[in-house]
Design a protein around this ligand. Structure first.
Ligand code: HEC
Ligand code: HEC
Ligand code: HEC
Ligand code: HEC
Ligand code: HEC
Length: 456
């Protein structure tokens, strides 16, 4: 009775349940952990169970055990108030007690190990693009789809959205918890609004991999456009973009001048999307210049959002770039040979199929296929059979363009997320470079066609 009585409180049902919960979740966790180590699972939902739910259950079980013991202890005292319940005497001279102490030390080390493994993998897992992009799949589908097709597909979401250091990590987990509730209770906005207001300044994130001093010279970009005629006649604009920052030997300046170490551009915007810019202040080697939109009152300026320009003010779609129009999407696909330019009127018809409004991506796939199959059957008649391969490829590509850009369930469609690079499909550079904002001495932010690029 003596030895047993020291541990009789562990028989409390709550404590026993705690012990059971801890043991089972630890075993399951370790099982999945090692399977994961050897690459045996890829399901993102299993990750939630393995790295968030199981460790939670494990710790919960650990907490239940002392509570159960305490309750049992209190129950006994209430039942027999006369009984003086002394603390058990731990006498390491007794071999039985020594064994129990050894087991306790072992269990504690095992617990610490499981908890550290779990927190390490839990954090790593929550930082993975899988977790960010696939677990909330409807919500993040547009951004994830654009991401895997973009130039940063190998850069984890957290490199841009959180960056290094503990403070932003904590901030992101707090806002992540809020977002989890929004998803659970279906209160999240559709589409997900932009800009991301509290995005970490780009100097901390982008500059881990790119830095403005590196930019020199020109890059050449070809912007294709095809006609709506039978031959889908091409016209290609070749832009030679001056992307320097004034840091090369020639001192030639260019587009990344805004980001040169000696330049600071601040602006005031009056709409939440930062598309209407009414005031710009520059500080650079040549001093300070303030450009102001005529007719804007001091009150409007005071009410606007003031922001230090960084990479994101131009590269707002570095990783989630959507085609701005069906025309641009189809032109790009023809240029890359994904739609055969030799199919008559294919540009016009693919654009028309993409412009139709469908209730879902599945409906769009069917609609696009019917539209193009029907059109080519009529247009080509008996020759359609010979072009079967090209037609099938045109259909598959057009369906993919739709699935890449339009997400009816998230209310995302062509142009929902405009890009600030350029000025043709959205205001972009011309938000500032519009020849209207002036300094006191009459200087404007120029729109000269050769300021940013040469057109060949
Ligand atoms: C190369 C950097 C980069 C990477 C990598 C990246 N993002 Fe973004 N993301 C951004 C920037 C910049 C914005 C802000 C756009 C704006 O403010 O207009 C953004 C915006 C978003 C938005 C808000 C909606 C929108 O489209 O503006 C969501 C949601 C998002 N990202 C999710 C993700 C997910 C999920 C991943 C990983 C699968 C990811 N991002 C990876 C840079 C990145
Ligand atoms: C972890 C490293 C990393 C980070 C962080 C990063 N990038 Fe990149 N970025 C790359 C790599 C690598 C490429 C080249 C991809 C290629 O050539 O296909 C690239 C390419 C680019 C390009 C050229 C895109 C194109 O279409 O060819 C731009 C613009 C760019 N990044 C902007 C940004 C901006 C803006 C940020 C911050 C929001 C950022 N990057 C953050 C690694 C990074
Ligand atoms: C004033 C607008 C603007 C700002 C601010 C800006 N960029 Fe750019 N950047 C451009 C334009 C325009 C291009 C040309 C490519 C294009 O049109 O897509 C470019 C090109 C690039 C490229 C591709 C270069 C290449 O050789 O292919 C990278 C990488 C890049 N920028 C990163 C950055 C980073 C990082 C920052 C912040 C430090 C930044 N940019 C700030 C406008 C800007
Ligand atoms: C927030 C306002 C703003 C935006 C947006 C903006 N710029 Fe500028 N940019 C300026 C200002 C201000 C100047 C300097 C005007 C002056 O002092 O003459 C400038 C100067 C320039 C210069 C000349 C730099 C030099 O060599 O002196 C280039 C090139 C340029 N911008 C390209 C771009 C491109 C390309 C974009 C769009 C991708 C863009 N800018 C977007 C404000 C802006
Ligand atoms: C402030 C810088 C700036 C100025 C000024 C400017 N552009 Fe551009 N332009 C750009 C950038 C950046 C792009 C986009 C490059 C890309 O697609 O990445 C672009 C793209 C274009 C394109 C390709 C269009 C397309 O379909 O994508 C044309 C055409 C063009 N510009 C013509 C002009 C003309 C004409 C002027 C003079 C009125 C002009 N630009 C002035 C920065 C500028």
């Amino acid at each position: 009775m003596a030895a047993e009585s020291k541990f009789r409180y562990m028989r409390n049902p709550l404590a026993m349940f705690g012990g059971w919960l801890t043991t089972v979740s630890a075993l399951l966790f370790l099982g999945i952990f090692f399977a994961d180590l050897f690459g045996l699972h890829t399901n993102p939902y299993l990750g939630i169970v393995a790295f968030l739910v199981l460790p939670g259950a494990f710790v919960f079980g650990l907490v239940l055990m002392p509570i159960g013991v305490y309750l049992a202890h209190r129950g006994e005292r209430l039942a027999k108030p006369s009984l003086i319940l002394a603390w058990p005497v731990i006498d390491l001279n007794q071999s039985h007690t020594r064994h129990i102490a050894a087991v306790m030390v072992f269990l504690t080390v095992a617990n610490v190990l499981v908890i550290s493994l779990a927190s390490f993998r839990g954090v790593e897992y929550m930082d993975s693009p899988q977790f960010c992009g696939q677990v909330c799949h409807t919500v993040m589908k547009p951004e994830y789809t654009a991401y895997v097709n973009g130039p940063h597909a190998r850069v984890p979401c957290v490199a841009c959205h959180i960056g290094p250091g503990a403070p932003w990590f904590v901030r992101s987990k707090l806002s992540g918890t809020r977002q989890l509730f929004a998803v659970a209770f279906n209160t999240y906005p559709r589409p997900i609004p932009w800009p991301v207001e509290n995005l970490r300044p780009a100097r901390d994130t982008c500059e881990q991999c790119h830095w403005p001093e590196k930019f020199t010279g020109d890059i050449v970009k070809q912007v294709p456009q095809y006609g709506d005629d039978e031959a889908n006649t091409p016209s290609i604009t070749t832009l030679r973009l001056h992307i320097g920052s004034g840091n090369d030997a020639t001192g030639a300046q260019g587009i990344h001048w805004h980001m040169a170490p000696s330049t600071r551009v601040t602006y005031i915007t009056t709409d939440p999307q930062r598309q209407k810019i009414v005031f710009v202040e520059v500080q650079d080697k040549n001093g300070v210049r303030k450009f102001r939109m005529p007719g804007v009152t001091d009150e409007e300026l005071a009410k606007g959002e003031r922001r230090l320009m960084d990479c994101m003010d131009c590269h707002n779609r570095p990783s989630h770039k959507f085609d701005q129009t069906p025309e641009a999407a189809v032109d790009g696909a023809i240029q890359r040979g994904l739609i055969s330019q030799t199919l008559p009127f294919v540009r016009r018809e693919a654009v028309a199929a993409l412009k139709t409004v469908y209730p879902s991506q599945a409906a769009a796939a069917v609609g696009i296929s019917q539209h193009l199959t029907g059109f080519f059957a009529k247009q080509l008649g008996p020759q359609a059979e010979a072009r079967k391969g090209d037609i099938a490829q045109a259909i598959a590509t057009t369906q993919a363009l739709y699935a890449r850009n339009v997400f009816p369930e998230m209310k995302v469609t062509w142009g929902t997320y405009p890009t600030n690079i350029g000025h043709v499909d959205s205001s972009g550079c011309f938000r500032c470079h519009d020849d209207t904002k002036v300094t006191a001495d009459g200087r404007v932010i120029k729109q000269d066609c050769d300021l940013c690029h040469a057109i060949e």
